[in-house]
Design a protein around this ligand. Structure first.
Ligand SMILES: [Zn+2]
Ligand SMILES: [Zn+2]
Length: 356
């Protein structure tokens, strides 16, 4: 029997760009008969909160978000309805699936065919150009929802869908091989602590950069081989060279939303090293071109991941090699979570329980 679908639900709505969020309990639920072919309705169990959600709320990126908007793009829930005449046979009612930043893409253009689904010109973005996961029922797309492995709990899976996929995709594009040194600034943060674990699982040697005893303990426990406290270090570049046997890292995953990390990376990478740009400061790169050329440095942008990246990232987590450090909150707490993000007070990830 098909599960009964209520007409209204709890949802965190941003009524206008830059406005405060409103947690409403009378937001309409799109009914199964109204779903278009290819759409599915997912009853959310939980959803992570990402720094991107803050940009969606403020509208401070070069690409404008839709308005009004429901944010969120790290959600896990159960498929409770699928649009009539949907041709995809892989997803069925009752499946536990994840909703990621890339909600949908055409699967038929050059970028999609090459596996760059996130660069499809028809891409739909959860919690940005289509409503996201901060509501109890979410309309998503059967071709792009990600099946969640049975052995992985929903709350453990949530932040893999954005933070995990993002850093996993970045390491895949870092041109590194087993035994190479990878430099991870911000290693104790939401993205960083996952990057340390994926890098470790992929056989890379990790130099973790962050500050404070708590983060040091965390990243060393998660598999970092070397630790540099940027507040205690008198010369970060010198310390990284020393940590990597004098030659510098083979790659750096720069997740900070500021430009300073990029210029420095040119100095601490060995020749032919790769800088993977993940953080999104709306600014020029600032790296010295002379040294980029002279050292044959590669600079690559890495923007989330495709469907396959999401499946791989979840499988590695399901195998117990990556564990998200998170705290649980309720949807009603989202406003204070946003405030915490804005003030930089939130360590690790926040996951909202959507069932209460
Ligand atoms: Zn995100
Ligand atoms: Zn496409």
């Amino acid at each position: 029997m098909a599960p009964s679908i209520p007409n209204v639900q709890k949802a965190a709505v941003i009524p206008a760009v830059g406005a405060a969020i409103e947690v409403r309990d009378n937001h309409p639920v799109k009914q199964p008969k109204d779903l278009a072919p290819g759409e599915c309705l997912v009853k959310m169990e939980c959803t992570g909160v990402c720094h991107t959600d803050l940009h969606a709320k403020k509208g401070d990126w070069p690409i404008p978000p839709m308005s009004p908007l429901i944010g969120g793009h790290e959600g896990v829930g159960e498929v409770v309805a699928i649009g009539a005449s949907t041709t995809n046979q892989n997803i069925k009612i009752g499946d536990r699936v994840g909703i990621k930043w890339l909600a949908d893409s055409c699967l038929d253009c050059e970028m999609c065919r090459k596996g760059y689904e996130q660069n499809c010109s028809k891409a739909k973005l959860s919690g940005y150009t289509v409503d996201g996961t901060f509501s109890q029922y979410v309309v998503s797309y059967v071709n792009h929802v990600t099946p969640i492995p049975k052995s992985l709990g929903s709350t453990d899976a949530a932040s893999i869908l954005c933070a995990g996929v993002t850093v996993y995709g970045a390491i895949k594009r870092s041109n590194t091989h087993i035994g190479d040194w990878i430099i991870i600034p911000g290693a104790g943060g939401g993205l960083g602590h996952l990057a340390v674990q994926y890098a470790n699982a992929m056989g890379l040697r990790v130099v973790a950069i962050d500050t404070g005893e708590e983060k040091k303990k965390l990243v060393l426990k998660l598999g970092a081989e070397k630790w540099i406290d940027f507040k205690e270090s008198k010369d970060i570049v010198k310390d990284i060279l020393a940590a990597t046997g004098g030659e510098g890292g083979h790659a750096a995953i720069v997740t900070a939303a500021s430009t300073s990390g990029y210029a420095q990376a040119v100095d601490y990478l060995r020749p032919t090293g790769t800088i993977v740009c993940v953080g999104l400061p709306n600014d020029a790169l600032g790296a010295n071109i002379f040294w980029v050329v002279f050292k044959s440095i590669r600079i690559v942008g890495s923007y989330v991941g495709n469907r396959q990246d999401a499946i791989e990232a979840l499988d590695i987590a399901a195998a117990g090699k990556v564990k998200v450090q998170f705290e649980m909150r309720k949807l009603a707490d989202l406003k204070s979570v946003y405030e915490g993000l804005e003030e930089g007070k939130i360590a690790g990830r926040m996951v909202l329980d959507m069932r209460t």
